[in-house]
Design a protein around this ligand. Structure first.
Ligand code: UDP
Ligand code: MG
Length: 324
């Protein structure tokens, strides 16, 4: 027999949907669920009575995550899950969770407890009573992270702020509590190349920021390699800025001015000294320089073209294997 939720479901009360992307999190899921239950109990007793639903999105895990989720649904009818046919990435998992959510309030957080569930209490207050449509979180320290990774992350945010129109906040996480209005706006953005860090600020509304210190994983390993993060940041730049495309024109202009100057020198040399055959080294340098600039800018064009290609194919964001 299914156990009723410890907090009785009541139709007149608002619902909080808890969206959790999971990829190979078998070790973390039970810990996460227990922690979340504590927070839900605390929240409904001390802040406001409400219903809640869990929406776990199994992003093609190859471990026993799906079995754990099936188990949860058998024991607790507030638990729902979506399981993908393969790994489609965290962005697709968040999207699937948001699409499946029914609540008036929606919180997205990682299964690894690196997003402290206890923060939901203040975030919930900000959105339910504080007049905000979103309560976002920022990691203020990057403790426990390799130095080189922090350096590049900071550099990425600096570049992003300069070249993009949306206000991407340094250290902002996907851990957010949002109103239905906010989530509906997020779901209106139908792009395939989903970059949450840009999509969330793009929709606007009032966001209250909460800061927290980085927490190391309790179990399991991070799914992000340095290379994966690098390509993810490139995706972000391409999705939210067209400034790199202007680089081609800027380089072109600089080279043109340089060429005018150089031509002047060559002509004057010819007039003064006559023969101007010498200069093999400089010609080689010029050819190498110009062709590398051309390749670089063609590469940028190619990136935008590739993204346009995936957009026009309009493939589904994910394929569902099983859901409940
Ligand atoms: N995740 C996912 N799909 C992926 C990679 C990660 O759904 O392809 C989930 C993962 O299970 C976790 C969250 O996204 O709940 C954050 O992943 P992770 O902890 O590996 O990232 P980090 O905390 O290192 O940024
Ligand atoms: Mg993590």
């Amino acid at each position: 027999m299914k156990k009723e939720n410890i907090l009785l479901t009541h139709s007149s009360l608002p619902t909080l949907s808890i969206v959790v992307p999971c990829f190979n999190e078998e070790e973390m899921l039970s810990l996460f669920y227990t922690e979340m239950m504590k927070v839900m109990l605390l929240l409904s007793e001390s802040v406001k009575d409400f219903n809640f639903e869990f929406i776990f999105v199994d992003d093609g895990s190859i471990d026993a995550s799906l079995d754990v989720l099936r188990n949860f649904t058998e024991q607790d009818n507030s638990v729902h899950y979506v399981s993908f046919s393969r790994n489609f990435g965290k962005e697709a998992a968040i999207l699937a969770g948001l699409q499946k959510s029914q609540g008036q309030y929606i919180v997205v957080l990682d299964a690894d407890l690196q997003n402290p569930p206890s923060m939901i209490v203040q975030m919930f207050k900000a959105v339910v009573f504080g007049g905000y449509d979103c309560a976002g979180t920022r990691r203020v320290t990057r403790k426990g992270e390799p130095y080189i990774r922090s350096f590049f992350a900071r550099l990425f945010y600096k570049i992003m702020v300069k070249i993009s129109d949306v206000q991407i906040v340094d250290g902002a996480c996907d851990f957010r509590l949002m109103s239905r209005k906010y989530v509906d706006a997020v779901l209106l953005l139908s792009e395939r190349n989903r970059f949450s860090k840009g999509i969330f600020p793009w929709v606007g509304f009032k966001t209250k920021w909460f800061e927290y210190e980085n927490i190391e994983r309790v179990a399991g390993v991070t799914k992000w390699s340095f290379l994966k993060l690098f390509f993810y940041s490139l995706d972000g730049i391409i999705a939210f800025s067209s400034k790199p495309l202007a680089l081609a024109s800027i380089f072109g202009m600089i080279l043109f001015l340089g060429t005018l100057l150089f031509m002047g020198i060559v002509v004057i040399r010819k007039i003064i000294y006559g023969d101007s055959v010498t200069g093999w080294a400089s010609i080689v340098c010029i050819i190498l320089f110009c062709s590398s600039v051309q390749l670089f800018t063609t590469g940028i064009l190619g990136q935008y073209l590739a993204k346009t290609y995936t957009e026009v194919k309009r493939r589904p964001y994910y394929v569902i294997k099983e859901e409940k």
